[in-house]
Design a protein around this ligand. Structure first.
Ligand code: GLC
Length: 410
């Protein structure tokens, strides 16, 4: 009798456990696989610990910005409610807001963030997403090799070529590439084109109007092609995406690399052949021009189709907090969105060059802001790729960019 009672009790207890939801709230966060979901996981673990009853899972996808955007476009066009929180490249909040895909944040004070991100996330006076991390393109270099040959970090692309020739002459290592950059037809190749273009003092779009300078565009495309033709970059550079550059530099096979901040953490990690041998500085300029870089960064949006609006917004506030920004700076080398963190002792210990990086982010140039950015991007990146693959001349490339952008930005 007693035994039956106990069994009965146990049974009903386990039935209860089965029927009651394990968590009051479950949220799904979409993170691009390039941006260290495993480190963001640790931030989410902290959130779960502080908010018992909330479970957050990660969905990853898209190792490049445009692959990720393509995926999200499909999900959002279908009004799919399975994703609550989305990480978005800095070029996308305007498009997502225009499509009605993100829910605005009411009463959020954006002045706490670096101004570029307050601006990128405010569309028609509404805050449409909150900053995840800041970003810019930098020149990574092998400190040990530059020191060995008595070379200062180059300030112009010509100086970089000269440095590579000197190092290659001495090292005599056929596997050592002079410069790795992004020539694949990915979003990053838009920045590849713009870096030397901007460096000549030219703009691409102003007040929504095309301000294309063909001569500067030809020079930009010629510069990148010359790296291939002169053997500074490898022949298949037209197949190289951002994370390929990160991997080959980290393996010790590259002297100079154009990359974003995330590449630092892994270059100093356990799988790296270049721990303690890496310097990071501003990107070189065209001779006679100014050093210029591309503004990057990612933002947290709440899906307009999420069924957990309040919980998702609460989580985004946490993901965008100084505490999370600091954690990601230290553990993932993602640049902070809060000015004061660039001087933070723990941050500077993990990434000493962050101490000088705020100025770079603050003077970085944004890619054109237009609801038709996808077409602008596609035009530029496919042309850069065709020139580097040798199927189009720099002159024809510049003509193609000009005529297509004229139609898009009419
Ligand atoms: C980085 C930047 C992002 C940029 C992308 C291009 O992730 O943060 O803004 O669009 O690289 O590859």
């Amino acid at each position: 009798m007693k035994k039956t009672m106990i069994t009965g009790l146990l049974l009903s207890a386990s039935m209860l456990a089965l029927s009651a939801p394990a968590f009051a709230e479950e949220l799904k966060v979409y993170i691009s696989s390039q941006h260290q979901p495993q480190v963001w996981r640790q931030v989410l673990d902290k959130y779960e610990a502080a908010n018992p009853g909330t479970k957050v899972t990660i969905e990853t996808g898209g190792n490049t910005s445009e692959a990720q955007a393509q995926y999200l476009n499909t999900i959002m066009s279908a009004k799919d409610s399975s994703l609550d929180v989305l990480i978005l490249d800095v070029i996308r909040p305007a498009q997502f807001a225009a499509a009605g895909w993100t829910s605005p944040f009411e009463g959020k004070d954006m002045s706490v963030y670096l101004p570029a991100y307050a601006e990128a996330n405010t569309v028609d006076g509404k805050v449409v997403a909150l900053p995840a991390f800041a970003d810019s393109m930098f020149l990574y270099y092998r400190k040990d090799l530059l020191e060995k040959y008595g070379i200062q970090p180059p300030k112009t692309w010509d100086e970089l070529k000269a440095a590579v020739k000197k190092i290659n002459g001495g090292e005599n290592n056929a596997d050592l590439q002079g410069l790795s950059f992004q020539g694949k037809a990915i979003e990053g190749a838009v920045c590849t084109f713009l870096l030397p273009y901007w460096s000549q003092g030219k703009s691409l779009v102003q007040n929504g109007k095309l301000t294309f300078d063909k001569d500067a565009a030809v020079k930009s495309l010629k510069l990148w092609k010359s790296f291939v033709d002169e053997g500074v970059s490898k022949k298949n550079i037209a197949e190289v995406a951002t994370d390929d550059t990160r991997k080959e530099f980290q393996a010790g096979n590259v002297v100079f690399a154009v990359n974003w901040s995330y590449a630092w953490a892994q270059s100093q990690g356990k799988d790296s052949a270049v721990v303690g041998k890496v310097g990071v500085t501003r990107l070189p300029a065209m001779t006679g021009g100014d050093q210029a870089t591309c503004l990057g960064g990612w933002e947290w949006g709440v899906s307009a189709y999420s069924k957990n609006q309040d919980a998702a917004k609460k989580l985004v506030q946490f993901l965008s907090s100084p505490e999370s920004s600091k954690f990601m700076a230290i553990n993932g080398s993602l640049l902070p969105t809060y000015a004061s963190l660039y001087q933070d002792a723990d941050v500077v210990k993990a990434a000493p060059w962050f101490a000088d990086a705020k100025q770079v982010v603050e003077t970085a140039k944004p890619r054109p802001v237009t609801p038709r950015y996808n077409e602008v991007s596609e035009t530029i990146r496919t042309t850069v790729n065709a020139v580097l693959a040798g199927v189009m001349t720099p002159e024809d490339g510049a003509t193609q960019i000009e005529s297509r952008l004229k139609r898009i930005l009419r």
